[in-house]
Design a binder for this molecule. Structure first.
Ligand code: MV4
Length: 506
């Protein structure tokens, strides 16, 4: 096993990886930028290396700086977390060249899955259904028109190098395709340095369901069940859960086996996620289609950890160190239900506009079934330069209903002052009858006008009290109450913003 690991990330995921290191008896080394001098990951590590200015292009994204810090520290391996360099093939290659273990899949698997064209071809080869469409790059506008006519409108024009929601265009007619084709290509070139496009049939109302997989260096691959991630806003996931509220045992087995088949075709090792779009089938049951494979640990991995009892980050490290998978497929059992809410420093009353700043009040929830993965403490700053994720609250229950109730309890306890957060949005969502019923799809937020309801305080009559409660919560937790706390002597809140953790370790 490794003695030292360098963590090439920040925020909650850096803290999560530090914890996995400690549990394995490994010494965690981190890197930090100017904005992160006082960050929690720096306080919790054994060794921290400064890597430059706050903008990630000058720090967390500079391959040479990361490799240099790893060399200086004597770390044997690098964990990239998610985002930043986690899916950078050149970074994986640079690690290899420097005899550092990249805690992730091979550069070749990353390359295969980094392109929609080659990943769709891989899924097809594995015998897994893909959305009807092209598995080669479009050569010209005429080529695109011919392909679209065969598939039938509406179609989705996609950048092959895109991912998440980037480089997507819904196209309803020949005229639209004619006018969009060139701009889509140049946009793809500008964003991804690759103008390759493909066309797929447009699915009207898919659910987004993904399968967690683990593969070791010996070629063993298992899956750890699904996560339902249909509650999204502009391709940003807000809530994830496992299992999916779809209660279809046969379907779960089939889609899990499909994910393993894709991973095996890619000679995949380490943790990965195979994403699918799912729709009700005409013949009853559900149809699923391969969408893409993410070659990293994902933000929402804790819901899978809660229902399977497996520490995915520790597994990633063990696998990278050459260990065989700790269990066989038959030994994986999912028990109960888990839900995750992503707490962002964003204003749900104002288009989820980022709300960076200092956390003047910060009290995390706890109690039975509650886990909070955060990268902050009271007095921490959410810098403008990075993703404004504050934390993730994960609620576990024996069933989905208990998990939802526990989540509502936890969000009610969570006190965050100094920035606006997405908590009020979740208060409304978790009480919504359609959410409770589990009838989810990727248009859920728009369809049920959840955000409009929040803004005006007046959508459907039954949601008004919920909104009022959410508003109250919002104004309760947004404003710091320094006097109250300092009088009781609990802490000197916001009096010494330059010394935010002065009580820690006492
Ligand atoms: C689609 C689609 C419908 N039809 N492709 C969005 C993320 C990107 N990875 C693929 N996405 C979609 N691709 C076809 N052929 C609808 C979406 C989509 C979506 C997919 C998953 C989760 C949320 C979504 C929200 C809007 C659109």
């Amino acid at each position: 096993m490794f003695k030292k690991i360098l963590i090439a990330n920040r925020g909650e995921i850096a803290v999560r990886i530090i914890r996995a290191c400690r549990d394995l008896g490994i010494s965690p080394v981190v890197v930090f930028s100017e904005a992160d001098r006082e960050a929690l990951h720096v306080r919790l590590c054994d060794e921290a290396h400064f890597i430059g200015p706050s903008p990630s292009l000058e720090s967390y994204l500079v391959i040479e700086k990361i490799i240099d810090a790893a060399r200086k520290s004597g770390a044997e391996a690098i964990h990239p977390g998610y985002g930043f360099l986690s899916e950078s093939e050149p970074f994986a290659q640079a690690c290899e060249d420097s005899k550092l273990v990249f805690i992730g899949p091979s550069a070749a698997s990353m390359k295969l899955m980094g392109s929609k064209i080659t990943s769709r071809a891989a899924a097809q080869k594995a015998g897994v259904p893909i959305v009807p469409g092209t598995t080669r790059s479009l050569r010209s506008r005429e080529d695109a028109l011919t392909a679209a006519a065969e598939i039938g409108y509406p179609v989705m024009l996609k950048a092959s190098a895109g991912g998440g929601g980037k480089g997507l265009r819904l196209v309803s007619s020949e005229e639209e395709l004619t006018s969009l084709y060139e701009t889509a290509g140049s946009e793809a070139r500008a964003s991804f340095n690759d103008s390759t496009l493909l066309i797929e049939k447009y699915l009207m109302k898919p659910r987004h369901i993904e399968i967690q997989v683990l593969g070791d260096l010996k070629g063993n691959v298992i899956h750890l069940g699904e996560r339902e991630c249909s509650i999204q806003r502009r391709h940003q996931k807000l809530v994830e859960e496992s299992p999916s509220p779809l209660e279809d045992v046969e379907f779960r087995r089939t889609i899990g086996e499909a994910a393993v088949a894709v991973a095996k075709t890619a000679h995949y090792h380490n943790a990965g996620t195979v994403e699918f779009m799912v729709e009700p089938a005409a013949t009853g049951g559900h149809s699923f289609y391969f969408l893409e494979m993410n070659t990293r640990i994902q933000v929402e991995h804790p819901v899978t950890e809660m229902v399977t009892g497996i520490d995915l980050v520790a597994e990633q490290i063990r696998i990278a160190a050459g260990s065989k998978l700790g269990c066989r497929q038959e030994e994986i059992r999912s028990r109960g239900a888990a839900i995750e809410c992503r707490i962002y420093a964003e204003d749900p009353y104002n288009h989820f506009f980022p709300s960076p700043g200092t956390l003047t009040t910060y009290v995390e929830p706890s109690g039975p079934g509650i886990r909070t993965d955060s990268g902050v403490g009271s007095g921490s700053t959410i810098p403008v330069e990075y993703d404004p994720l504050i934390s993730k609250v994960i609620a576990y229950g024996e069933n989905r209903q208990q998990a939802i109730l526990r989540m509502k309890r936890a969000l009610g306890e969570y006190k965050i002052g100094g920035v606006r957060t997405t908590i009020p949005f979740f208060q409304v969502l978790l009480s919504h009858p359609a959410f409770i019923e589990g009838s989810l799809d990727t248009h859920f937020i728009d369809e049920h006008q959840l955000i409009e309801g929040l803004k005006e305080g007046s959508c459907k009559s039954d949601t008004v009290p919920l909104i009022a409660a959410a508003l109250e919560h919002f104004y309760e937790t947004r404003k710091p109450k320094p006097r109250l706390y300092s009088k009781r002597g609990l802490w000197r809140n916001s009096q010494h913003p330059s010394d935010p953790f002065h009580k820690w370790g006492d």
